[in-house]
Design a protein around this ligand. Structure first.
Ligand SMILES: *[C@@H]1O[C@H](CO)[C@@H](O)[C@H](O)[C@H]1NC(C)=O
Ligand SMILES: *[C@@H]1O[C@H](CO)[C@@H](O)[C@H](O)[C@H]1NC(C)=O
Ligand SMILES: *[C@@H]1O[C@H](CO)[C@@H](O)[C@H](O)[C@H]1NC(C)=O
Ligand SMILES: *[C@@H]1O[C@H](CO)[C@@H](O)[C@H](O)[C@H]1NC(C)=O
Ligand SMILES: *[C@@H]1O[C@H](CO)[C@@H](O)[C@H](O)[C@H]1NC(C)=O
Ligand SMILES: *[C@@H]1O[C@H](CO)[C@@H](O)[C@H](O)[C@H]1NC(C)=O
Ligand SMILES: *[C@@H]1O[C@H](CO)[C@@H](O)[C@H](O)[C@H]1NC(C)=O
Ligand SMILES: *[C@@H]1O[C@H](CO)[C@@H](O)[C@H](O)[C@H]1NC(C)=O
Length: 307
């Protein structure tokens, strides 16, 4: 009985995981992979040199044909593949206390190696997660008219109110030798740094989408959307892919609710099974085995009969 149920769960739940991974891996019509196409042909053999050089032009233009009408708001996501945001060392690289309040700005003990500058003053926000903040940017236009990208409400309200302080300002951020990603405007408090807040809600899977912003006009079918990408972020050193996704549903991404739903489903199922087994046990208990049938009880000497 137990085995049967476990098999049932595995076979029913497993497809969801694989489907989820497949869905997110393949780049459909609303999605464009740009990490290789945005590297000039002359650098294709050494993309690392291209991305690390400060003299190469990182601007890249792509077009997107809107297949069907997309009603406002159109969500813009970036998707990274093969990016282990759940790596242990990486996930530990943050200080929740520091993010929350100014009084804890020197609380950087969990942030090594991005904890303090060379003159020992604290980095705010500290740690590898913040340091590696995504820094590609996208600009959209139709017929040479720029479309605004709204960043309103892309982060969780609860994060903005309770996890990122309104009196905590970036300090010494990205000031070291090695730049990990985007810089932050030091006159804007962390509670308003929505890109950072979205980024810091770390993903549990190596392929993930995060909300970049919203286009707040309807896009008609067959509109040619021009995207100007600043291809800054270095995923080349670990073979990661970068994709840009447009969607009319806030299906997943900045909010990463898939895992939440999966956990709740699994939790619910486990609870259900626990209660079922309990009921089965109460209604129709299995008799306990009779210990007198055990071999060493039948023949007390037998077990130790070495001779
Ligand atoms: C680019 O980097 C080199 C060192 O790698 C430096 O000498 C140069 O000033 C930099 N150029 C710009 C425009 O930052
Ligand atoms: C980079 O290339 C784009 C066109 O692809 C051009 O508009 C822009 O001026 C260039 N930037 C620099 C710094 O050369
Ligand atoms: C792609 O865009 C169309 C509208 O053009 C929408 O109906 C569809 O749900 C989108 N697909 C995904 C995976 O977001
Ligand atoms: C953090 O340390 C610096 C010197 O290292 C000090 O000036 C500052 O007042 C400290 N901040 C707090 C909130 O204790
Ligand atoms: C440490 O260096 C940073 C710049 O890297 C500077 O802003 C800060 O004032 C310095 N702190 C001390 C205590 O010298
Ligand atoms: C873009 O221009 C074309 C022709 O120049 C026009 O037919 C089309 O309606 C325009 N699209 C938008 C969204 O303005
Ligand atoms: C963007 O991030 C990369 C590291 O991924 C860094 O090398 C680059 O200097 C950053 N560029 C900008 C403009 O922030
Ligand atoms: C930083 O933010 C302030 C306040 O919003 C703004 O006035 C300033 O132009 C910003 N600085 C940069 C470099 O974006």
């Amino acid at each position: 009985m137990g085995h049967f149920i476990i098999h049932l769960c595995w076979h029913y739940l497993h497809p969801y995981w694989s489907c989820f991974l497949v869905c997110i891996r393949t780049c459909g019509r609303n999605c464009t992979r740009y990490d290789t196409d945005c590297v000039p042909a002359s650098y294709r053999n050494d993309m690392l040199a291209y991305i690390q050089s400060n003299e190469t032009n990182k601007t890249c233009t792509r077009t997107f044909l809107v297949p069907k009408q997309m009603k406002s708001p159109v969500y813009i996501y970036y998707q990274l593949d093969n990016f282990y945001q759940n790596h242990r060392r990486y996930v530990k690289g943050r200080s929740d206390k520091q993010l929350r309040s100014r009084a804890s700005e020197n609380d950087t003990s969990s942030c090594d190696p991005e904890d303090v500058t060379s003159n020992k003053s604290a980095i705010v926000p500290c740690g590898l997660i913040a340091w590696s903040l995504f820094n590609d940017t996208y600009g959209f236009s139709v017929n040479n008219t720029l479309l605004g990208v709204s960043k309103k409400n892309i982060a969780w309200k609860s994060d903005q109110q309770h996890k990122f302080g309104s009196d905590v300002y970036p300090k010494n951020f990205q000031s070291g030798g090695l730049i990990g990603g985007a810089k932050l405007n030091s006159s804007i408090p962390l509670s308003q740094q929505v890109d950072l807040i979205v980024w810091m809600r770390t993903a549990a899977l190596p392929t993930f989408r995060k909300l970049y912003g919203k286009i707040e006009v309807d896009l008609e079918a067959n509109t040619e959307l021009t995207v100007v990408i600043e291809n800054n972020y270095n995923t080349y050193s670990f073979g990661g892919k970068k994709k840009l996704v447009l969607s009319t549903t806030s299906w997943i991404g900045g909010k990463n609710d898939f895992l939440g739903i999966a956990y709740i489903t699994l939790g619910g199922l486990s609870l259900f099974l626990a209660i079922s087994f309990l009921l089965i046990y109460i209604i129709k208990p299995r008799p306990l085995g009779d210990p007198t049938f055990l071999s060493w009880n039948r023949n007390p000497a037998g077990h130790f009969n070495f001779n």
